[in-house]
Design a protein around this ligand. Sequence first.
Ligand code: ATP
Length: 514
Amino acid sequence: MAKTDDNPLKNIIAHTKEYGYIYPSSEIYEGLSAAYDYGVYGSELKNNIKEYWWKSMVHLNENIVGIDASIFMHPTTWKASGHVDAFNDPMIDNKDSKKRYRADNLIEDYVTKIEAKINKEVDKAKKRFGDAFDEEQFRSTNPRVTANQQKIEDANSRLKSAMDSGELSDLKTLIEEVGIADPVSGSKNWTDVRQFNLMFSTELGSLAEGASKIYLRPETAQGIFVNFLNVQKTGRKKIPFGIAQIGKAFRNEIIARQFIFRMREFEQMEMQFFVKPGEEMHWYEYWKEHRMRWHKNLNLGDANYRFHDHLNLAHYANAACDIEYNFPMGFKELEGIHSRTDFDLKSHEQYSGKKLQYFDTQANESYVPYVVETSIGLDRMFLAVLSSALQEETLADGSTRSVMKIPPALAPVKVAVLPLVAKDGLPEKATAIMEDLKFDFNLQYEEKDSIGKRYRRQDAIGTPYCVTIDHDSLNDDTVTVRNRDTMEQKRISVAELKAELHEATSINRLLKQL
Ligand code: ATP
């Protein structure tokens, strides 16, 4: 049951295009880099992920409410948030390949490579020593491992101090000293490191009338901060409470690659939780734990997740970590959890001249709340689901199948309804069953090709259940239900079908396990 591993990301890209999940944007014009369109099944999967997130945040927490703010905001918003002055990435160009990279990413990739070397060394030793192997001792005494560990620590601490001080030349020196080469050409001929602002801008109004420059929001969070008082008052919320939002964000990423992992237009699911100053660390830990539970509840493999604490804290944060997922290209950020202090609200107070404070009736005092945020990229979540779902299996008879083992509650099509043959009244019986089920499930009807071929097609789409109607169905009102993952088939009565499928595929069940 191995994953297709010759190039897993390429397999995912090819499979998702062939089976209607994701198409390159404006493909008839050769596409637009880092922009993608979600297709027939992709749009459904995306909606299901959103529903799982939204219900878990907004419906299951009495103290969290949702909003849907506009993408365009008053330009001063982005002065206050720091994005106009500080939303910069340190960029470096390779003079030979003419490729541009984020300098911090090059250093992080270098660290990941050394980590992989260490892990290889540990795995080898594990095999050699068997049960007697003491990993901790090996890691702290093996000279090759400790030397590599030292390299990691040096690189991380130099990266941190260069990012903190903004000394871009230090980043270049580090890249040169550790000998980082262009991943494409192998060349070490680098330019200096420069800053590059990631916000897209456009004009509001016509140029003739004196247009003003506005930005496409680079994060959804600011729509929440500027609405803090509106929501607190109209939602009648007492601190601690949260505001959740799902929406598009735009970043002019220099190197947008790795499919939907890094896009220029993407979607975020963010929740800002407003707390009393001094209580933020408690809520930071709380949301770390809750978000990890949300992820693991999907059964994509617990070992695929890990926390990564930020070494370089953003200017607004007093604690921050990522939930990383083991994507086909390795462990990378899937979600960020940040303790943002009162930076944003205070800054908006300053720029707008409006008070953004909360009156605590118990303590009889007003204060600017602190904020703990959880921020997950919907597209990255989509990629995480696909990475674990797509599998190439060799079956008992030696044949192979491509199957997308998407968690049933998230699967785009829940049930395929298949008359065994397209005659003898079977299509009519199938249609009657569909008429009954269509209000509860996204269904698909198929009568073309052999039943085996139709099962394979549904496996490739990721449909968790196939309901087959045969001649016996006409007499005893029973059908065969085939399970995508086990390929087991069982006979059940049509009367039980809805409840059974509901139990196996509903998001509610997933939510109840949280
Ligand atoms: P990275 O370090 O990968 O650029 P980030 O730390 O800038 O990400 P945040 O600003 O914390 O990301 O944004 C929160 C979440 O939004 C990320 O965890 C990620 O899932 C998602 N995200 C950010 N940038 C992109 C992008 N260009 N394409 C897709 N998703 C993104």
